[in-house]
Design a protein around this ligand. Structure first.
Ligand code: PCA
Length: 218
């Protein structure tokens, strides 16, 4: 049995949504487990982060130090999204017109003044999209997770991952939960859980057998 540790983070309530699907979904996934991985013993740790520029990353970092994961997947809510957004890239900018929970409103400020302009994720997005197509899960690639707390967390995560020898990290934006078929917004909860299971399964498979085919950044 090969042991794998995966951390999946979400956020506390946000944007008028009391239970943020970005936490509800990882929590359900951790309870149920991810199928289809023979010979792998998977431990999934979840954490809900405050919607705070200064506090979100330190709490995720603390969870990472405890769980010592091979794979870290951060998730967040994008209220207007139709389906899943697989984030390709984290950019070194904070720019917000609305305050975070600490009443901070950074305008055009770098996250890390000494860091690179952006990082690409190394999650196998092409392979994940292939699974989504197979499971009929609406999804697209996204070139940025905005300039609010989600992007800031993603950047800090990839900044950290760049100094690690072998950790895969990425960010998945989730739409709202909507149990009624809706042409423009939201997906049923079960479909969101299935999507996150696909992300974890494909990432573990890629971790065990890396190939350039699974990756898609451009
Ligand atoms: N979405 C926010 C932060 C918390 C969340 O779930 C964002 O898009 O930055």
């Amino acid at each position: 049995m090969q042991q794998f540790s995966v951390v999946i983070s979400g956020f506390d309530h946000y944007d008028g949504i009391e239970v943020n699907p970005s936490y509800e979904v990882p929590k359900l996934l951790a309870q149920r487990g991810v199928g289809g991985l023979d010979g792998v013993e998977l431990t999934i740790s979840t954490v809900s982060l405050p919607v705070s520029f200064s506090k979100a990353w330190p709490l995720l970092n603390q969870t990472i130090e405890t769980a010592k994961p091979d794979i870290v997947i951060a998730t967040g809510l994008k209220r207007a999204a139709r389906g899943i957004l697989l984030e390709r890239c984290a950019t070194n900018i904070m720019d917000s017109s609305k305050p975070d929970i600490d009443n901070t409103t950074p305008r055009l400020a770098p996250i890390d003044p000494n860091g690179p302009a952006a990082y690409w994720t190394r999650l196998p997005l092409r392979a994940i999209l292939g699974d989504f197509t197979h499971d009929s899960i609406p999804a697209t690639l996204s070139s940025d997770a905005g300039t609010f707390v989600c992007n800031s967390l993603f950047y800090n995560l990839l900044n950290w991952a760049s100094s690690q020898e072998k950790v895969l990290a990425g960010f998945v934006s989730l739409p709202m939960v909507n149990e009624d078929p809706h042409p423009q917004r939201g997906l049923p909860l079960e479909q969101l859980v299935q999507a996150c299971a696909d992300v974890v399964r494909k990432s573990v498979e890629y971790y065990m057998r890396p190939s350039s085919e699974g990756i898609l950044i451009a």
